[in-house]
Ligand binder design. Structure first.
Ligand code: PMP
Length: 358
């Protein structure tokens, strides 16, 4: 078996150990004679998997007792609508705009109520997170929304805003990459397909008091309370995805938890950014203090070489390095499952390509 170094932004590489375990358990989970995919979601075997995934996640993130862990579907994109529908309560929502994903969240929220954009990185090409000292004031907003890591622009919050209203964060592309203080947030959401597991599961961590206020007349499944009251199982949850997420949580625990994974992520990112910054041939446009440790966009001195770069990378077993279709260039996503050896191989290739084409 040959595995590539997959630099995709998502669905992204999963830990090989996890895939091996899932493969070994595929047809016969723990002697039950069936796959997790085939189990009743109300049966004791699946219920145990579900409970363990939640408990391991709570342990990894140190989630306080007054927060619920919910598994939904519809991706982070559905949360762009569910957050305002559940939290607005007729008030204004405040958003910080750090790039493409913030903009999508803002656009969706505007369909349901008043939105004030407190700060935007747009005028500087979204090359940094606007410091909180530059944010506008907002009179009693229902919540303040940030995208903690802009997957396309490679812009990350390395600090937690201090706000009076509940802080809501789209953590799709940096959840579980480092320890966070959950108590500083009202609600955290993330699509699974980067640092959690396969696409199809959306993770929500929400403070109790923010549950139960959905706008009247909404479909049942758009109400956080319905998920909270039914342990995310009013209807059939994405069972196999939750099982795989649970295996990823156990893998993270075996690796020493989030403090240990954060050290590795910092080391990987430092290696890659250093190779880019010292080259003169590659360029990353983001201010150093806002650079993402998960998604590293970069351009070549001559875009006409992009194709040759990608071809050479693929020949060396490195895939999915093309930047997002909206921005072009390159992007290396180096989530938890990307080993240091993958980043080292990319750095070697960056140098080799520059020598031969620079
Ligand atoms: N937010 C961020 C930060 C993302 O990176 C993505 C997906 N790349 C989304 C939201 C949308 O997620 P989904 O495809 O799960 O709806």
């Amino acid at each position: 078996m040959t595995r590539v170094f997959n630099f995709s932004a998502g669905p992204a590489a999963l830990p090989e150990e996890v895939l091996q375990q899932a493969a070994a358990e595929m047809c016969d989970w723990h002697g039950t004679g069936q796959s997790v995919m085939e189990m009743s979601h109300r049966g004791p075997d699946y219920m145990a998997i579900h409970e363990e995934a939640k408990a391991d996640l709570r342990e990894l993130l140190g989630i306080p007792d007054n927060y619920r862990v919910l598994f939904l579907q519809g991706g982070a994109t559905l949360q762009f609508a569910m957050v305002p529908l559940n939290l607005l309560r007729g008030k204004t929502a405040a958003y910080v705009n750090t790039g493409v994903w913030s903009e999508k969240a803002i656009k969706e929220a505007r369909r349901f109520g008043g939105v004030q954009v407190l700060a935007s990185g747009e005028s500087s090409g979204f090359n940094h997170v606007p410091p909180q000292s530059e944010w506008q004031a907002c009179e009693d907003p229902a919540y303040v929304h940030i995208c903690s890591n802009e997957t396309i622009g490679g812009v990350e919050f390395h600090w937690t805003p201090q706000v009076a209203a509940p802080l809501v964060a789209d953590m799709s592309s940096n959840i579980l990459s480092r320890p966070i203080d959950v108590s500083r947030y009202g609600l955290i959401y993330a699509g699974a397909q980067k640092n959690i597991g396969p696409a199809g599961v959306t993770l929500l961590i929400v403070r109790d008091d923010l549950i139960g206020h959905v706008q009247a007349g909404m479909p049942t499944l758009l109400d956080y309370k319905v998920y909270a009251d039914n342990d995310s199982m009013l209807n059939t949850p994405p069972t196999y995805g939750i099982y795989l997420a649970g295996l990823v949580f156990k893998w993270l625990k075996r690796r020493g938890g989030l403090a240990a994974i954060a050290r590795q992520n910092a080391e990987k990112a430092a290696l890659l950014y250093e190779a880019i910054d010292t080259s003169g041939f590659y360029r990353n446009p983001v201010e150093k203090s806002s650079r993402s440790l998960m998604n590293v966009p970069f351009t070549l001195a001559n875009p006409a070489l992009d194709e040759a770069f990608l071809k050479g990378a693929a020949e060396r077993g490195m895939t999915q390095l093309a930047g997002h279709r909206s921005v072009g260039g390159m992007r290396a996503s180096i989530y938890n499952a990307m080993p240091l050896s993958g980043v080292a191989a990319l750095v070697d290739y960056l140098k080799e390509f520059e020598r031969s084409h620079g």
